[in-house]
Design a protein around this ligand. Sequence first.
Ligand SMILES: [Zn+2]
Length: 204
Amino acid sequence: MFFVAVLLMGAASLFGLAADAITDDKSKVVQEIKFSPVYCFNTGLEKLIVRPDFIGCVIGEDHPLGESEITEGTERPTDINPQVLARFQSAQAAAKAEGIEMSIDSGYRTIQRQEYLFNRAIKEHNSVEEAIKWVLPGEISRHPWGLALDINLHHEKTGASWLEANGATFGLCRVYENEWWHFEPLVAPGGICPPLKPDASQVK
Ligand SMILES: [Zn+2]
């Protein structure tokens, strides 16, 4: 009986289409418009705005968050990646609306600065193997690529905890089990962050 009903419905819809094609005038075709969301930080409103892809982020009003994981480019930057910054600003604004403060305590570092921190960690830990779990060498770390953010490291931890829980919406993920403060743009905004790695010695 069920199949008969389905067949009849199928026939009716076929007939309906055919009738539309012939008469053409009185029947309204409601077409479903499909679009992908584009994530933008609106500088005027100072918050995340999601726009349809056929509009996209508005030049002069929005900073785009990017539509995928953000990885190393070909040229070494001199500052934090602008899409990573837009992701942070969007998250910061959302956290602030909930009364939670969030700050970048360390973002972009020069390779020289990263090397200095790495060598200092070797001295502190008395071994390269242990140091590399906490601070990566200049050529490997994503801080000199402007792609890593240390959040609230020298402040209250709540902001980083908030970002760990909510960062995927903005494309920011906590990366390591031993570093609650370290975040990277590992997914598209609205994505799902991968599981934590034990520490920074687990190179991708
Ligand atoms: Zn870090």
